[in-house]
Design a protein around this ligand. Structure first.
Ligand SMILES: Cc1cc2nc3c(=O)[nH]c(=O)nc-3n(C[C@H](O)[C@H](O)[C@H](O)COP(=O)(O)OP(=O)(O)OC[C@H]3O[C@@H](n4cnc5c(N)ncnc54)[C@H](O)[C@@H]3O)c2cc1C
Length: 754
């Protein structure tokens, strides 16, 4: 047996997505990080050991333009390229490689931390060390750091350090939450084991073990959805333990879950109700996926009301968008639906004060153990949200270590540094702009080879019968003076259209009616019909244009997607069984659905010019859609001709580093495992081949960067030797499929200013 002492700047305990993103972000900021994970693989509940699919703010396509950027965004995009089929082992590799790429991270797998030393009285605790046991290696390793991050999910480290925490459900009166129970209790969400099945190609017999549960004696066959061929997270509802202690009763809970899995499989194979002769079990989880345990108390406790009102926080550092998703205490045995869902009208904000302990001065937390009420935890718990919270906490930890301050001091004195650092890393803080003084691009004049000045989707694909209300969302920058729609009318009719604003710039639902028009349409096919919608909002924003149902009319889908343009249909039907998911259909993001309609806008053309795609957007400080696309878009590219964006300064600049952010369509709902499949490996809008040139003193353009086969959203080019130039040009030669060149952001830094 060996005793070891390591002294990294930061120790991150827990290698789920929160811990992984925390460690990567801190390491990228130059801190030495120990990432300590008690399993042989990274990823926590998303790993091949548990196999929960990673959900986030898109809420499986319910929220618009809501996919995460930053480190989680990188993982999604990389997985889509290397593992579009959703193989769980390949997902493990993607996470492992992302960690191993960071030379500042020392990774300790199989290392269980269960000793913590801390000093100070109850309100001023300081962790001085954590100690872990590396299983299989007989190594006892003590970690001494300035800052610690508890990303363990269960919150053991903070608990041992004396951090304040909550466990169970708060009473309604505590935070005034509609979905909290009248009386506080210790109920949590339960734990789950998943299983995979496959078709063996020949009959396979199944003899259940003696402990398999006869599920026909339970409400499961009636109240839940069992289908032969389902695998993995389709069975998320095999949940139990919410009325137990999900940590101390973990073994009991695992045995109950196993008995039910083997019983469900007996029911599928041997009840005669399923076509499952050739089906066999491929994998069965043995490590219960835990949903909930301790939630640390920070300087702010996020609540249901913050989520649903989309409360803006001065210290916002991350965002989420999954519904508040709570499950009945009895889990799979409940008569009630497996889950109930309350949605905000769009994404919500997470404050930094919820990411550090109120009483342990050098501890931050990320993941499912952050400072949130039980009800708010119902949404922050999904993994892409845990991951962006991890990036924010890791960034905060790195700044604390670099500046020698506590997280609370960082909040009080250096909040802008934290937010601006996150934005520079491509993390998203909704509605917060970059105002990085060191970014030279912000002082440049921006011009482009061409700019799209109107929206014209003129290539018709399939027709869409207007049997229900539909909507078209597009940017109005600064004015809309009419819109044409391509449609068929089977008889003369009057079409009603309404233009609504969306309320907040991060929302994509109708909020206030601005203009209504009734348009007479004569019988005919493929006719362009003018809608007299005139609108000049006080500031540029999106219009949500509702086209009321009309049985005589069919619209046309466009064969191509268009950045900044979305469509919706109004539906009061749940697309998932109510036994599993209960979403009240009058919630605007549910009522106005884009399920199945992403990337297929309706054929339309605006009758006024727009500045929504102007090249100045590349330096305006936003790097994701917000009241408009916030990007540059060229006219359709001509074969062999690059499109470019140019920065020109009044005086020559010394340039050492260039950041380019391309469009990876944050509306596309990517997922790591098998929930659904995105058909392309690389986002078509991403620029594939590009070159950067500088203007020499003699007036020639000299190439300084050349990139081919790009498939990333954010690319940072550090020049071997800084260049001195008055102008830079990014020439975009080819995309990954789109006919437009698109660029979201350019940043330029001088030497020593990054
Ligand atoms: C069955 C199930 C279905 C779910 N459905 C979804 C879904 O569809 N999509 C979604 O996004 N989310 C879903 N969730 C929620 C989500 O999985 C969790 O909230 C999320 O995994 C929390 O992330 P985390 O990084 O905080 O913790 P975890 O994923 O739990 O990771 C924490 C890691 O820390 C390690 N660890 C713990 N203690 C120690 C220690 N003392 N020393 C060292 N390492 C330690 C653990 O082994 C684990 O690997 C589901 C959860 C479950 C269980």
């Amino acid at each position: 047996m060996k005793h070891e002492l390591v002294k990294p700047d930061i120790t991150v305990i827990g290698g789920g997505l929160a811990g992984v993103c925390a460690a990567i972000s801190a390491a990228r900021l130059g801190q030495q990080v120990a990432l300590v994970q008690n399993r042989p693989v990274l990823g926590g509940n998303s790993s091949s050991e548990v196999r929960v699919w990673v959900c986030g703010a898109t809420a499986h396509g319910i929220n618009r333009y809501a996919r995460e950027t930053g480190i989680m965004g990188e993982l999604f995009v990389e997985n889509q390229y290397r593992n579009p089929e959703g193989n769980p082992y390949l997902w493990d590799l993607i996470i492992l490689e992302a960690v191993r790429t960071e030379s500042n991270i020392s990774l300790y797998l199989n290392t269980d931390v269960h000793e913590v030393e801390a000093t100070g009285d109850g309100d001023e605790r300081m962790i001085t060390s954590v100690t872990g046991w590396m299983m299989g290696s007989e190594r006892k390793i003590r970690f001494e750091s300035q800052i610690y991050l508890d990303c363990t999910g269960d919150g053991l480290v903070g608990f041992l350090a004396g951090a304040k925490f909550a466990l169970g459900r708060e009473a309604r009166s505590e935070y005034g939450e509609e979905w909290a129970p009248e009386v506080a209790d210790e109920i949590t969400l339960g734990s789950t084991l998943l299983f995979y099945t496959k078709d063996a190609g020949a009959p396979v017999r199944y003899i259940p073990p003696s402990f398999a549960k006869d599920i026909t004696q339970t409400s499961i066959p009636i109240r839940r959805v069992i289908r032969s061929g389902d695998s993995g997270c389709h069975y998320w509802w095999i949940e139990w333990g919410g009325e137990h202690d999900t940590v101390h009763d973990n073994e009991l809970i695992r045995d109950e879950l196993w008995s039910v899995i083997y019983g469900i499989w007996d029911y599928i194979k041997n009840s005669g109700k399923f076509d499952a002769d050739n089906m066999t079990l491929e994998w069965i989880g043995s490590l219960p996926g835990k949903r909930e345990y301790r939630r640390f108390t920070g300087d702010y406790v996020l609540t249901q009301n913050d989520i649903i009102s989309q409360r803006e926080f001065p210290d916002a550092v991350a965002f989420g968008g999954w519904s508040i998703d709570l499950h009945p205490p009895q889990g799979m045995y409940a008569e009630a639906s497996g889950s109930k869902h309350m949605h905000a009208d769009g994404v919500y904000h997470v404050p930094f004060r919820s990411l550090y302990s109120a009483n342990v001065r050098n501890m931050l937390m990320a993941g499912r153990d952050i400072s949130a009420s039980h009800v708010a935890f119902g949404t922050t718990r999904v993994m892409a949200t845990c991951a962006v919270i991890g990036e924010a906490a890791g960034t905060g930890a790195a700044l604390c270590a670099a500046m020698g301050v506590s997280p609370r001091e960082l909040y009080a004195r250096h909040l802008a540094v934290l937010q601006q650092t996150l934005l520079r890393q491509d993390a998203s803080i909704i509605g917060v702009r970059s105002h990085d003084e060191l970014d030279l691009a912000r002082r440049a004049k921006v011009t482009a080879s061409s700019t799209l000045t109107g929206i014209a989707l003129e290539q018709p694909g399939e027709t869409y019968p207007l049997g229900t209300d539909v909507a078209l969302l597009l940017p109005v920058h600064p004015v809309l003076s009419g819109l044409e729609l391509l449609l068929d009318a089977s008889s003369d009719t009057a079409l009603t259209v309404e233009l609504w604003d969306t309320g907040r710039k991060e929302n994509y639902v109708p909020h206030s009616l601005q203009v209504t028009a009734n348009v007479n349409v004569t019988t005919g096919t493929a006719q362009w019909v003018k809608l007299p919608l005139e609108w000049r909002p006080e500031e540029p924003q999106n219009a949500f244009i509702i086209i009321r149902s009309n049985k005589a009319v069919s619209l046309y889908h466009s064969t191509e997607a268009h950045s900044g343009v979305l469509i919706f249909f109004k539906t009061e039907e749940n697309h998932v069984s109510k036994n599993l998911e209960d979403h009240a259909t009058d919630q605007p993001v549910v009522l106005w659905s884009m399920q199945g309609l992403a990337r297929q806008p309706f054929c339309c053309r605006t009758l006024s010019e727009t500045t929504a795609y102007s090249p100045e957007n590349t330096v305006n400080g936003y790097h994701r859609p917000y009241g408009g696309p916030q990007q540059w878009m060229s006219q359709p590219m001509q074969s062999g001709q690059p499109e470019w964006v140019q920065l020109t300064w009044e005086e020559p600049q010394s340039l050492a580093e260039l950041h380019l952010t391309f469009n990876d369509d944050v509306n596309e709902d990517l997922v790591n495992l098998h929930h659904h499949h995105t058909t392309f490996r690389v986002m078509p809008e991403l620029v594939r081949n590009y070159r950067v040139e500088m203007l020499s003193q003699s007036g020639e353009w000299l190439e300084i960067i050349s990139a081919a086969e790009n498939r990333k959203r954010k690319v940072i080019h550090t020049l071997d030797t800084p260049v001195y130039s008055q102008a830079l040009r990014v020439n975009m030669d080819a995309t990954n499929g789109s006919k437009y060149a698109e660029l979201i952001e350019i940043r330029a830094y001088g030497e020593g200013t990054r």
